[in-house]
Ligand binder design. Sequence first.
Ligand code: SF4
Length: 369
Amino acid sequence: MPAPAVSAACATLDNYLLYPDHALAGRIAEARERLGRAAVILGHHYQRDEVVRFADFRGDSLQLSRQAAASQADHIVFCGVHFMAESADLLRRPHQKVLLPDLQAGCSMADMASLDQVEQAWEELERLQLADEVLPVAYVNSTAAIKAFCGRHGGLTCTSANARQVLSWAWARKPKILFLPDQHLGRNTAHDLGVALDEMLVWNPRQAYGGNSWERLRQTRIWLWQGHCSVHARFQPRHVEQVRADYPGVKVLVHPECPFEVVQRADLSGSTEFIIRQITQAPAGSIWAVGTEVHLVHRLARENPHCTVLHLDAAGCPWCSTMFRITPAHLCWTLEQLLAGQAVNVITVPEANRAAARLALDRMLQLAV
Ligand code: SF4
């Protein structure tokens, strides 16, 4: 039975959380229709089906932010995580507002690089007279404060799709890169570009000088911040070995946020859009084991019956627990509050970081990659 409408006067989020997911579907659809073009709903690929089915656009964080900025909407409802809403806020047009249905929807990887830690690392590099040789590069899966840090120091952002081009651009300007916050994407990409593993170092923010000697720091071409995605870092070489034993002829396709040893054992590695393209264009009857977030893998399996799509870790089925915080109840509450004239959970990047973070994004976008 559908949940009865809640009057605006008693519409706290708690009222909505009382209902099971399916009970709110009719109300979300109705609110969405009544809002029309005044609001656009963005659904990240890793979002649960009960939410993503209401999205006007489905995609990765940067693509969604750009689509929202190009839309007529006054309100951008981002069913994703906090750093994604920040990126949408950086790229939005002046009259638009970005709403995150649950403020608790963060990203464990983005939280692994705080501005204090990165500034401390930079001071240490300055003390060693190395900072002038370094360009900071931040994966877009980072806070606006970290993007702003990169913008202020001549650096830029990258995505998993353009990391190769961005690192090449950075090395054409400085001999060393500080890569934030995902060590795996940094390592996999640098290796792809021909950098030896012993020319890379992990920077542990809890130790002085990242836990490295002056000599090793000097020899390094890329310092990899000790961060990771809690979803992709769970994949292990044994998962690849197991699926190859169970499904002879299977193609293993993984995201470059996976550990190096997994990427090396896979047949193919690439961004979410690359993964989607491989599956939609796969030969009929082919079998794929995909190492990425489980909601996306299950959706790919459903939408591509011409091939067999398996999750690389069928026993573990890792999903993004923070993305999972956005429920139909949060979406329904956000939309109905908009109908009542109230924009809830508005995400605004502070002025102190706004221009520099936008600069880091623009430098990447100007590479046209
Ligand atoms: S999948 Fe990983 S990088 Fe993406 S939001 Fe979740 S924890 Fe962050």
